[in-house]
Design a protein around this ligand. Structure first.
Ligand SMILES: Nc1ncnc2c1ncn2[C@@H]1O[C@H](COP(=O)(O)OP(=O)(O)O)[C@@H](O)[C@H]1O
Ligand SMILES: [Mg+2]
Length: 204
């Protein structure tokens, strides 16, 4: 099973990526993968950022932004999951997580802007023992202008396209994260089919 974090930065590509995931999950095809999509907050979360309110309230507003995007993703033919606990999550085909209630009942992550949907995706993947693909608007982690194909999580000591809290969760749960550019949906497909594609693999 894959956890796929769909970044708000590539929201205009969500439809194309979802179509591809639906094909890859088709029971009648050779590949038969299951996906849990974690939506980014995108423009809605950027709006919350601009309000400059306290971290506590901003945290729940940002989760609500993810929740709204989850409904949008559901409108593209994706099955909604609205669990209160991890034991209720059964991923079959392409599913999207509505995160609000799960976070409310399992309030384990800090309420700060260091925790965004990246951390939430890694946390969920850690609990469900899944691998993560982060789909964003850059090719992967760029170091000195060059794409890093692989990087150990302990070397993530600089600013990257992952949020600040993600490295801790990657270490804690031992989950790997593959980062790739959603403007090229075939890279997402290549990684799912061959576990090799243009992007960055963050290893534990
Ligand atoms: N070292 C880095 N490598 C790659 N991207 C980086 C790095 N440092 C900062 N970024 C920024 O991270 C952005 C992607 O993260 P973000 O804006 O949160 O989008 P999303 O949540 O949609 O994935 C990139 O557009 C890039 O500007
Ligand atoms: Mg982000």
């Amino acid at each position: 099973m894959w956890v796929v974090k769909l970044g708000g930065s590539v929201s205009e590509k969500w439809g194309e990526i979802i179509k591809l995931l639906l094909e890859l999950s088709d029971l009648n095809s050779d590949s038969n993968h299951n996906f849990l999509i974690i939506p980014g907050g995108g423009k809605l979360a950027d709006y919350v950022r601009k309000l400059k309110c306290d971290d506590e309230n901003a945290h729940w507003m940002a989760i609500a932004a993810m929740e709204m995007n989850a409904y949008y993703i559901a409108s593209m033919g994706v099955r909604k999951l609205m669990p209160e606990n991890f034991s209720e999550i059964e991923v079959s085909g392409v599913n999207v997580l509505l995160p609000y209630n799960l976070l409310l009942k399992n309030d384990e992550l800090p309420h700060s802007w260091d925790v965004t949907s990246d951390s939430i995706a890694i946390w969920v993947a850690g609990k469900l023992k899944a691998k993560v693909i982060k789909v964003t608007d850059v090719d992967g982690i760029i170091i000195d202008g060059k794409l890093a194909e692989e990087i150990n999580v302990s070397d993530l000591t600089f600013e990257t396209c992952l949020d600040k809290y993600s490295p801790q969760l990657i270490k804690k749960f031992g989950v790997s994260v593959f980062i790739c550019n959603g403007n090229y949906p075939e890279r997402v497909k290549d990684y799912i089919l061959r576990e090799k594609a243009l992007g960055t693999l963050v290893k534990v």
